[in-house]
Design a protein around this ligand. Structure first.
Ligand SMILES: Nc1nc2c(ncn2[C@@H]2O[C@H](COP(=O)(O)OP(=O)(O)OP(=O)(O)O)[C@@H](O)[C@H]2O)c(=O)[nH]1
Ligand SMILES: [K+]
Ligand SMILES: [Mg+2]
Length: 369
Protein backbone atom coordinates (compact mmCIF):
# COMPACT_ATOMS: atom_id res chain seq x y z
CA UNK A 1 0.00 0.00 0.00
CA UNK A 2 2.74 2.43 1.05
CA UNK A 3 4.50 1.49 -2.15
CA UNK A 4 1.60 2.49 -4.36
CA UNK A 5 1.16 5.79 -2.52
CA UNK A 6 4.86 6.50 -2.96
CA UNK A 7 4.74 5.64 -6.64
CA UNK A 8 1.77 7.97 -7.07
CA UNK A 9 3.68 10.78 -5.37
CA UNK A 10 6.70 10.17 -7.61
CA UNK A 11 4.64 10.33 -10.78
CA UNK A 12 2.78 13.43 -9.61
CA UNK A 13 6.08 15.12 -8.90
CA UNK A 14 7.54 14.11 -12.23
CA UNK A 15 4.45 15.53 -13.94
CA UNK A 16 4.85 18.80 -12.08
CA UNK A 17 8.54 18.99 -13.07
CA UNK A 18 7.85 18.25 -16.74
CA UNK A 19 7.22 21.31 -18.86
CA UNK A 20 4.19 21.02 -21.08
CA UNK A 21 5.17 21.28 -24.73
CA UNK A 22 4.98 19.33 -27.97
CA UNK A 23 8.11 17.32 -27.14
CA UNK A 24 6.90 16.14 -23.70
CA UNK A 25 3.31 15.45 -24.74
CA UNK A 26 3.80 11.69 -25.16
CA UNK A 27 5.77 11.35 -21.96
CA UNK A 28 3.08 13.23 -19.99
CA UNK A 29 0.36 11.11 -21.57
CA UNK A 30 2.09 7.93 -20.47
CA UNK A 31 2.55 9.29 -16.95
CA UNK A 32 -1.18 10.06 -16.79
CA UNK A 33 -1.94 6.51 -17.86
CA UNK A 34 0.33 5.07 -15.16
CA UNK A 35 -1.17 7.37 -12.54
CA UNK A 36 -4.70 6.24 -13.41
CA UNK A 37 -3.65 2.61 -13.06
CA UNK A 38 -2.00 3.13 -9.68
CA UNK A 39 -4.95 5.08 -8.32
CA UNK A 40 -7.29 2.27 -9.31
CA UNK A 41 -4.99 -0.21 -7.56
CA UNK A 42 -5.04 1.91 -4.45
CA UNK A 43 -8.83 1.63 -4.30
CA UNK A 44 -8.86 -2.15 -4.60
CA UNK A 45 -9.62 -3.73 -1.25
CA UNK A 46 -6.60 -5.37 0.38
CA UNK A 47 -6.71 -9.18 0.07
CA UNK A 48 -8.88 -10.61 2.81
CA UNK A 49 -10.35 -7.23 3.73
CA UNK A 50 -14.11 -7.01 4.09
CA UNK A 51 -16.20 -4.86 1.80
CA UNK A 52 -16.59 -2.22 4.46
CA UNK A 53 -19.05 -4.27 6.49
CA UNK A 54 -18.83 -3.48 10.15
CA UNK A 55 -17.00 -0.21 9.59
CA UNK A 56 -20.14 1.87 9.69
CA UNK A 57 -20.22 2.55 5.98
CA UNK A 58 -22.21 -0.50 4.88
CA UNK A 59 -25.58 1.23 4.68
CA UNK A 60 -27.87 -0.64 2.32
CA UNK A 61 -29.54 1.31 -0.44
CA UNK A 62 -33.21 2.02 0.05
CA UNK A 63 -35.91 4.15 -1.52
CA UNK A 64 -36.05 5.51 -5.05
CA UNK A 65 -32.62 7.18 -5.17
CA UNK A 66 -29.60 7.97 -3.03
CA UNK A 67 -27.99 11.35 -2.35
CA UNK A 68 -24.55 11.55 -0.71
CA UNK A 69 -23.45 14.58 1.33
CA UNK A 70 -19.79 15.22 0.62
CA UNK A 71 -17.68 18.04 2.01
CA UNK A 72 -14.85 19.21 4.21
CA UNK A 73 -15.38 18.98 7.99
CA UNK A 74 -17.87 21.29 9.70
CA UNK A 75 -19.50 22.71 6.58
CA UNK A 76 -22.92 21.69 7.93
CA UNK A 77 -23.60 18.26 6.36
CA UNK A 78 -25.13 16.79 9.51
CA UNK A 79 -27.09 19.96 10.25
CA UNK A 80 -28.56 19.67 6.75
CA UNK A 81 -29.50 16.00 7.20
CA UNK A 82 -31.24 16.76 10.50
CA UNK A 83 -33.16 19.60 8.84
CA UNK A 84 -34.48 17.73 5.81
CA UNK A 85 -35.07 14.24 7.25
CA UNK A 86 -36.41 12.83 10.51
CA UNK A 87 -32.96 11.46 11.33
CA UNK A 88 -30.88 13.36 13.84
CA UNK A 89 -27.19 13.39 13.05
CA UNK A 90 -24.96 15.00 15.65
CA UNK A 91 -23.68 18.44 14.67
CA UNK A 92 -20.98 20.41 16.47
CA UNK A 93 -18.39 23.09 15.83
CA UNK A 94 -15.43 20.68 15.90
CA UNK A 95 -14.15 18.77 12.84
CA UNK A 96 -15.00 15.06 12.40
CA UNK A 97 -18.13 15.09 14.52
CA UNK A 98 -19.56 12.49 12.15
CA UNK A 99 -17.52 9.28 11.97
CA UNK A 100 -19.76 6.91 10.00
CA UNK A 101 -22.37 7.01 7.26
CA UNK A 102 -25.73 8.14 8.64
CA UNK A 103 -28.78 7.54 6.42
CA UNK A 104 -31.96 9.60 6.48
CA UNK A 105 -35.07 9.58 4.31
CA UNK A 106 -36.23 12.63 2.40
CA UNK A 107 -39.85 12.47 1.31
CA UNK A 108 -40.63 14.36 -1.85
CA UNK A 109 -43.59 14.16 -4.20
CA UNK A 110 -44.38 10.64 -3.10
CA UNK A 111 -40.78 9.49 -3.53
CA UNK A 112 -38.46 8.35 -0.78
CA UNK A 113 -34.93 9.54 -1.30
CA UNK A 114 -32.14 8.22 0.86
CA UNK A 115 -29.78 10.95 2.06
CA UNK A 116 -26.41 9.77 3.32
CA UNK A 117 -24.58 12.01 5.80
CA UNK A 118 -20.86 11.24 5.64
CA UNK A 119 -17.76 12.17 7.64
CA UNK A 120 -15.88 15.23 6.42
CA UNK A 121 -13.06 14.56 4.02
CA UNK A 122 -9.72 16.33 3.90
CA UNK A 123 -7.10 16.90 1.26
CA UNK A 124 -5.38 13.62 0.45
CA UNK A 125 -8.59 11.66 1.08
CA UNK A 126 -8.18 9.86 -2.25
CA UNK A 127 -4.85 8.56 -1.05
CA UNK A 128 -6.48 7.26 2.10
CA UNK A 129 -6.16 10.18 4.54
CA UNK A 130 -8.72 10.08 7.30
CA UNK A 131 -11.66 7.94 6.29
CA UNK A 132 -11.43 9.47 2.85
CA UNK A 133 -11.48 6.24 0.96
CA UNK A 134 -14.60 4.87 2.66
CA UNK A 135 -16.37 8.20 2.31
CA UNK A 136 -15.58 8.38 -1.36
CA UNK A 137 -16.62 4.77 -1.94
CA UNK A 138 -19.96 5.57 -0.32
CA UNK A 139 -20.31 8.67 -2.51
CA UNK A 140 -19.66 6.50 -5.58
CA UNK A 141 -22.81 4.50 -4.90
CA UNK A 142 -25.04 7.59 -5.01
CA UNK A 143 -27.25 8.94 -7.79
CA UNK A 144 -26.44 12.52 -6.85
CA UNK A 145 -23.62 14.09 -4.88
CA UNK A 146 -24.46 17.16 -2.85
CA UNK A 147 -21.15 18.88 -2.43
CA UNK A 148 -21.66 20.95 0.71
CA UNK A 149 -19.37 23.97 0.82
CA UNK A 150 -18.86 26.63 3.46
CA UNK A 151 -19.72 30.03 1.99
CA UNK A 152 -17.38 31.72 4.46
CA UNK A 153 -14.36 29.73 3.29
CA UNK A 154 -11.99 30.32 0.37
CA UNK A 155 -13.19 29.66 -3.17
CA UNK A 156 -10.50 27.02 -3.75
CA UNK A 157 -12.29 24.52 -1.44
CA UNK A 158 -14.53 23.59 -4.33
CA UNK A 159 -11.65 22.80 -6.67
CA UNK A 160 -9.77 20.87 -3.96
CA UNK A 161 -12.75 18.67 -3.26
CA UNK A 162 -13.37 18.11 -6.96
CA UNK A 163 -9.76 16.99 -7.35
CA UNK A 164 -10.18 14.42 -4.55
CA UNK A 165 -13.26 12.96 -6.24
CA UNK A 166 -11.58 13.02 -9.66
CA UNK A 167 -8.61 11.11 -8.26
CA UNK A 168 -10.82 8.15 -7.35
CA UNK A 169 -12.52 8.05 -10.71
CA UNK A 170 -15.66 10.05 -10.00
CA UNK A 171 -16.62 12.33 -12.91
CA UNK A 172 -19.01 15.11 -11.97
CA UNK A 173 -21.72 16.43 -14.31
CA UNK A 174 -20.09 14.82 -17.33
CA UNK A 175 -20.91 12.12 -19.83
CA UNK A 176 -18.56 9.22 -20.60
CA UNK A 177 -16.18 10.14 -23.47
CA UNK A 178 -17.46 9.50 -26.96
CA UNK A 179 -14.70 7.02 -27.76
CA UNK A 180 -15.07 3.45 -28.95
CA UNK A 181 -12.45 1.02 -27.65
CA UNK A 182 -12.59 -2.71 -28.17
CA UNK A 183 -9.75 -4.96 -27.03
CA UNK A 184 -9.16 -7.89 -29.41
CA UNK A 185 -7.35 -11.21 -29.28
CA UNK A 186 -5.33 -10.57 -32.43
CA UNK A 187 -5.03 -8.25 -35.40
CA UNK A 188 -2.89 -5.46 -34.00
CA UNK A 189 -4.12 -1.91 -33.45
CA UNK A 190 -6.69 -0.18 -35.58
CA UNK A 191 -6.87 3.47 -34.59
CA UNK A 192 -9.29 5.79 -36.37
CA UNK A 193 -10.55 9.33 -35.97
CA UNK A 194 -14.01 10.30 -37.15
CA UNK A 195 -12.82 13.88 -37.73
CA UNK A 196 -9.32 15.41 -37.41
CA UNK A 197 -8.52 15.53 -33.66
CA UNK A 198 -8.32 18.90 -31.89
CA UNK A 199 -7.93 17.76 -28.28
CA UNK A 200 -4.28 16.69 -28.35
CA UNK A 201 -4.79 12.99 -29.14
CA UNK A 202 -3.00 11.36 -32.03
CA UNK A 203 -2.33 7.85 -33.24
CA UNK A 204 1.15 7.59 -31.74
CA UNK A 205 0.00 8.71 -28.29
CA UNK A 206 -2.95 6.30 -28.30
CA UNK A 207 -0.68 3.50 -29.45
CA UNK A 208 1.85 4.16 -26.70
CA UNK A 209 -0.74 4.37 -23.93
CA UNK A 210 -2.41 1.14 -25.05
CA UNK A 211 0.96 -0.55 -25.20
CA UNK A 212 1.70 0.62 -21.68
CA UNK A 213 -1.60 -1.00 -20.63
CA UNK A 214 -0.43 -4.18 -22.40
CA UNK A 215 -3.23 -3.89 -24.91
CA UNK A 216 -1.57 -4.76 -28.20
CA UNK A 217 -4.67 -5.70 -30.17
CA UNK A 218 -7.51 -3.23 -30.14
CA UNK A 219 -9.91 -1.25 -32.24
CA UNK A 220 -10.23 2.45 -31.44
CA UNK A 221 -12.56 5.03 -32.90
CA UNK A 222 -12.34 8.60 -31.60
CA UNK A 223 -15.79 10.03 -32.28
CA UNK A 224 -15.32 13.30 -30.41
CA UNK A 225 -12.83 15.63 -32.11
CA UNK A 226 -12.13 17.40 -28.81
CA UNK A 227 -11.36 14.19 -26.88
CA UNK A 228 -8.27 14.58 -24.70
CA UNK A 229 -5.70 12.13 -23.42
CA UNK A 230 -7.60 12.14 -20.08
CA UNK A 231 -10.76 11.12 -21.92
CA UNK A 232 -8.87 8.31 -23.60
CA UNK A 233 -7.50 7.02 -20.29
CA UNK A 234 -11.02 7.24 -18.80
CA UNK A 235 -12.21 5.05 -21.67
CA UNK A 236 -9.56 2.41 -20.92
CA UNK A 237 -10.44 2.59 -17.21
CA UNK A 238 -14.20 2.83 -17.78
CA UNK A 239 -14.94 0.07 -15.24
CA UNK A 240 -13.31 2.24 -12.59
CA UNK A 241 -15.12 5.43 -13.56
CA UNK A 242 -18.40 6.68 -12.19
CA UNK A 243 -20.30 9.49 -13.89
CA UNK A 244 -22.40 11.19 -11.22
CA UNK A 245 -24.41 14.36 -11.09
CA UNK A 246 -23.30 16.94 -8.58
CA UNK A 247 -25.03 19.91 -7.05
CA UNK A 248 -22.78 22.43 -5.31
CA UNK A 249 -24.46 23.73 -2.15
CA UNK A 250 -23.02 26.72 -0.31
CA UNK A 251 -24.15 26.68 3.32
CA UNK A 252 -23.82 29.41 6.00
CA UNK A 253 -24.87 32.27 3.73
CA UNK A 254 -26.07 34.00 6.91
CA UNK A 255 -22.42 34.88 7.53
CA UNK A 256 -21.43 36.47 4.20
CA UNK A 257 -22.11 39.73 2.38
CA UNK A 258 -24.92 40.09 -0.11
CA UNK A 259 -22.45 40.70 -2.95
CA UNK A 260 -20.58 37.50 -2.19
CA UNK A 261 -23.84 35.57 -1.89
CA UNK A 262 -24.98 36.86 -5.25
CA UNK A 263 -21.70 35.83 -6.86
CA UNK A 264 -21.85 32.28 -5.45
CA UNK A 265 -25.44 31.81 -6.57
CA UNK A 266 -24.40 32.48 -10.17
CA UNK A 267 -21.92 29.60 -10.35
CA UNK A 268 -23.10 26.65 -12.46
CA UNK A 269 -24.95 23.76 -10.76
CA UNK A 270 -25.01 25.79 -7.57
CA UNK A 271 -27.54 26.50 -4.81
CA UNK A 272 -27.10 28.53 -1.63
CA UNK A 273 -28.60 28.01 1.82
CA UNK A 274 -28.37 28.64 5.52
CA UNK A 275 -29.26 25.64 7.64
CA UNK A 276 -29.05 27.85 10.69
CA UNK A 277 -31.66 30.35 9.49
CA UNK A 278 -33.62 27.71 7.55
CA UNK A 279 -33.06 29.67 4.32
CA UNK A 280 -33.05 28.13 0.85
CA UNK A 281 -33.55 24.54 2.01
CA UNK A 282 -36.66 23.98 -0.11
CA UNK A 283 -34.73 25.32 -3.12
CA UNK A 284 -31.98 22.80 -2.48
CA UNK A 285 -34.51 19.98 -2.29
CA UNK A 286 -36.34 21.12 -5.45
CA UNK A 287 -33.03 21.21 -7.31
CA UNK A 288 -32.15 17.73 -6.05
CA UNK A 289 -35.44 16.46 -7.41
CA UNK A 290 -34.70 18.04 -10.81
CA UNK A 291 -31.18 16.63 -10.91
CA UNK A 292 -32.35 13.13 -9.99
CA UNK A 293 -34.75 13.26 -12.93
CA UNK A 294 -37.43 11.25 -11.20
CA UNK A 295 -41.07 11.31 -12.23
CA UNK A 296 -44.32 10.46 -10.50
CA UNK A 297 -46.77 8.25 -12.36
CA UNK A 298 -50.25 7.69 -10.95
CA UNK A 299 -52.20 4.57 -11.73
CA UNK A 300 -55.91 4.24 -12.39
CA UNK A 301 -58.08 1.19 -12.40
CA UNK A 302 -60.79 0.97 -15.01
CA UNK A 303 -63.98 2.54 -13.68
CA UNK A 304 -62.22 4.16 -10.71
CA UNK A 305 -60.73 7.57 -10.01
CA UNK A 306 -56.92 7.78 -10.34
CA UNK A 307 -55.02 6.90 -7.18
CA UNK A 308 -53.19 10.11 -6.29
CA UNK A 309 -52.31 8.85 -2.81
CA UNK A 310 -49.39 6.79 -4.06
CA UNK A 311 -47.12 7.46 -7.02
CA UNK A 312 -44.90 5.06 -8.91
CA UNK A 313 -41.43 6.57 -9.16
CA UNK A 314 -39.57 6.15 -12.47
CA UNK A 315 -36.59 7.86 -14.12
CA UNK A 316 -36.99 10.45 -16.86
CA UNK A 317 -37.27 8.80 -20.26
CA UNK A 318 -39.11 5.78 -18.83
CA UNK A 319 -41.71 3.95 -20.90
CA UNK A 320 -44.98 2.17 -20.12
CA UNK A 321 -42.87 -0.98 -19.93
CA UNK A 322 -40.84 0.52 -17.04
CA UNK A 323 -44.10 1.54 -15.36
CA UNK A 324 -45.36 -2.06 -15.67
CA UNK A 325 -42.11 -3.32 -14.14
CA UNK A 326 -42.60 -0.99 -11.18
CA UNK A 327 -46.09 -2.38 -10.56
CA UNK A 328 -45.20 -6.03 -10.93
CA UNK A 329 -42.43 -8.10 -12.43
CA UNK A 330 -44.75 -10.13 -14.67
CA UNK A 331 -47.33 -7.48 -15.55
CA UNK A 332 -46.02 -6.86 -19.05
CA UNK A 333 -46.55 -10.51 -19.98
CA UNK A 334 -50.32 -9.98 -19.84
CA UNK A 335 -50.17 -6.39 -21.12
CA UNK A 336 -52.65 -5.52 -23.88
CA UNK A 337 -52.53 -1.72 -24.02
CA UNK A 338 -52.47 1.30 -21.72
CA UNK A 339 -54.55 4.47 -21.52
CA UNK A 340 -52.62 7.64 -20.67
CA UNK A 341 -53.84 11.00 -19.35
CA UNK A 342 -51.33 13.84 -18.96
CA UNK A 343 -48.47 15.66 -20.62
CA UNK A 344 -47.21 12.69 -22.64
CA UNK A 345 -50.57 12.02 -24.27
CA UNK A 346 -51.27 13.56 -27.69
CA UNK A 347 -54.99 13.57 -26.82
CA UNK A 348 -56.55 12.42 -23.57
CA UNK A 349 -56.82 9.64 -22.95
CA UNK A 350 -54.41 8.19 -25.49
CA UNK A 351 -54.21 4.46 -26.11
CA UNK A 352 -50.52 3.44 -26.17
CA UNK A 353 -48.19 0.43 -26.24
CA UNK A 354 -45.23 -0.60 -24.07
CA UNK A 355 -42.74 1.72 -25.80
CA UNK A 356 -44.68 4.94 -25.07
CA UNK A 357 -42.53 7.42 -23.10
CA UNK A 358 -44.36 8.81 -20.06
CA UNK A 359 -44.15 12.28 -18.50
CA UNK A 360 -44.13 13.50 -14.90
CA UNK A 361 -47.55 13.18 -13.22
CA UNK A 362 -49.13 11.17 -16.03
CA UNK A 363 -52.05 8.96 -15.09
CA UNK A 364 -51.77 5.47 -16.53
CA UNK A 365 -54.35 2.71 -16.75
CA UNK A 366 -53.01 -0.66 -17.80
CA UNK A 367 -55.35 -3.04 -19.59
CA UNK A 368 -54.45 -6.73 -19.46
CA UNK A 369 -55.23 -9.44 -22.00
N1 LIG B 1 -23.49 30.18 10.69
C1 LIG B 1 -23.92 28.98 10.36
N2 LIG B 1 -23.46 27.89 10.99
C2 LIG B 1 -23.93 26.70 10.62
C3 LIG B 1 -24.88 26.53 9.58
N3 LIG B 1 -25.13 25.22 9.42
C4 LIG B 1 -24.38 24.58 10.34
N4 LIG B 1 -23.64 25.45 11.07
C5 LIG B 1 -22.71 25.16 12.15
O1 LIG B 1 -21.54 24.57 11.63
C6 LIG B 1 -20.98 23.65 12.56
C7 LIG B 1 -20.71 22.32 11.90
O2 LIG B 1 -21.94 21.71 11.57
P1 LIG B 1 -22.03 20.14 11.29
O3 LIG B 1 -23.41 19.88 10.83
O4 LIG B 1 -21.52 19.38 12.45
O5 LIG B 1 -21.00 20.01 10.09
P2 LIG B 1 -20.51 18.66 9.35
O6 LIG B 1 -20.22 19.05 7.98
O7 LIG B 1 -21.50 17.57 9.57
O8 LIG B 1 -19.17 18.35 10.15
P3 LIG B 1 -18.34 16.96 10.28
O9 LIG B 1 -19.30 15.86 10.57
O10 LIG B 1 -17.43 17.21 11.43
O11 LIG B 1 -17.62 16.80 9.00
C8 LIG B 1 -21.96 23.55 13.72
O12 LIG B 1 -21.47 24.36 14.76
C9 LIG B 1 -23.25 24.10 13.13
O13 LIG B 1 -24.07 24.70 14.09
C10 LIG B 1 -25.35 27.73 8.93
O14 LIG B 1 -26.18 27.71 8.01
N5 LIG B 1 -24.82 28.91 9.36
K1 LIG C 1 -18.63 19.31 12.74
MG1 LIG D 1 -21.26 15.73 10.36
Amino acid sequence: MVNITEKIKEIEEEMKRTQKNKATEYHLGLLKGKLARLRAQLLEPAPGASSGAGTGFDVSKSGDARIALVGFPSVGKSTFLSRVTKTKSEAASYAFTTLTAIPGVLEYGGAEIQVLDLPGIIEGAAEGKGRGRQVISAAKTSDLILMILDATKKAEQRRLLEAELEAVGIRLNREPPNIYLKPKKAGGMKINFQTPPKGGLDEKLIYQILKDYKMLNAEVLIRDEYATVDDFIDTIMINHRKYIKCLYVYNKIDSISLEHLDQLAREPHTVIMSCELDLGLTDVIDRCWEELQLMRIYTKRKGFEPDFSEALIVRRGSTIEDVCDQVHRTLKETFKYAMVWGASARHVPQRVGLSHVVADEDVVSIVAK
